[in-house]
Ligand binder design. Structure first.
Ligand SMILES: N=C(N)NCCCC[C@H](N)C(=O)O
Ligand SMILES: O=C(O)CCC(=O)C(=O)O
Ligand SMILES: [Fe+2]
Length: 352
């Protein structure tokens, strides 16, 4: 296997500041254009949120996570996903499965709450909060913050894609009741003999992932596709379409920034212009990470956007109809299918 490149500086750093104070139209455009370029070229970027979030805040979340994960196994199992809807709650080390292999992490998943919970329906139960003082309050505040950030980045991306105000309103109505997910992941050091990763190579499912990462380096690795004439050392990666050539680069954390990437719904909206990039985790330390997934509404019907076709040079309605190559999918259906494949529970796993 090829080495992982040591340079992470390749991924752009984008300041969301201009969308917070909204005084400077030109600065907003710079942010939007940078987002567009990042999504075309990488599907990954750093978002400078130092004007939006105090550094102490995620530090406190990590402390609370550490407190929970340090509890005895039987305490943690009290909020297991197996108690109810197979999705909301705690998952033991190696309970998560990616590409048929157990991931070397434990975690807790929280989702947007639903009106009529039903524990027997996949995904349709209630969030299970750890019995750790301040946990629910602090993490709920984080969810509210990340939802606001999600809307701002969506708006900035709509501008970057050249959408009109009406087009943005339509897209907005697909994400204004986001079926968000928050994961709290505990990574122990990956043992040399583990036949898998801390988290195997995957794409994220929805719109935008906002990752608060602990400082461990070389943990999150991002797969950059390579032009076929490239001469640098590369990996062959098996994908749905055969194999792809590329390189794994590190996306190490940068203070004041979160690591962001676009999920598969943006790949559909942009008709493939924005890549939902494969990534994996090889964690050699012991620490906690908190990805927040800003996702479409559960019932959103996701189809390629006219603005994406305009960029691809197809502005007639006929050409537009011909070239609908991505989607459509209803986000909730897509999510249910993904979630049902994530756990090695008898009779339920994707690879059983
Ligand atoms: N909600 C999101 N995006 N979670 C990403 C988890 C990806 C790994 C999962 N086991 C899989 O195989 O998809
Ligand atoms: O922990 C990380 O660095 C990334 C986790 C991730 O990719 C995920 O949970 O989808
Ligand atoms: Fe991911």
């Amino acid at each position: 296997m090829a080495e992982v490149s040591e340079t992470s500086s390749e991924l752009p750093i984008i300041d969301i500041g201009p969308y917070l104070d909204r005084r400077d139209d030109a600065a907003r455009l710079v942010t939007s254009e940078a987002l567009h370029d990042a999504c075309v070229n990488y599907g990954f970027f750093y978002l400078d949120i130092s004007k939006f979030v105090d550094a102490d805040e995620p530090e406190e979340l990590t402390r609370l996570a550490r407190e929970f994960f340090a509890l005895p196994q039987e305490e943690k199992d009290k909020i297991s996903i197996r108690n109810q809807d197979q999705a909301r709650g705690y998952q033991r080390l190696k309970e998560n499965v990616t590409n048929g292999k157990a991931d070397n992490h434990e975690g807790i998943d929280f989702y947007k709450s639903v009106d009529q919970p039903d524990k027997t329906k996949p995904l349709w139960g209630e969030n299970q909060w750890p019995d750790v003082p301040n946990f629910q309050r602090k993490f709920s505040q984080w969810v509210e913050k990340m939802k606001i950030l999600g809307m701002l980045v969506m708006e900035a991306m709509a501008v970057g894609l050249g959408m009109t105000t009406e087009e943005w309103e339509d897209l907005r109505s697909q994400v204004d009741d986001s079926f968000w997910v928050m994961r709290i992941i505990g990574y122990p050091p990956l043992p040399n003999d583990h036949d898998g990763f801390s988290c195997g190579a995957h794409k994220d499912y929805g719109c935008l992932t906002f990752l608060y990462a602990d400082p461990t380096r070389s943990a999150l690795q991002v797969f950059l596709r390579q032009a076929s004439d490239s001469t640098s050392e590369s990996d062959d990666l098996p994908t749905e379409n055969g194999t792809e050539q590329g390189t794994w680069i590190n996306a190490d954390p940068i203070p004041g920034c979160i690591v962001c990437n676009v999920g598969e719904m943006w790949e559909i909206w942009s008709n493939g212009l924005y890549k939902s990039t494969l990534h994996r985790v090889v964690h050699r330390g012991s620490n906690y990470r908190i990805p927040f997934f800003f996702e479409p509404n559960f019932s959103a019907n996701v189809t390629p956007l006219p603005a994406a076709f305009r960029i691809q040079g197809k502005d007639s309605v006929e050409a537009l109809t011909d070239s609908k190559t991505y989607g459509p999918v209803v986000y909730g259906d897509f999510l249910l299918q993904k979630v049902s494949g994530n756990f090695a529970i008898e009779g339920k796993g994707r690879y059983d």
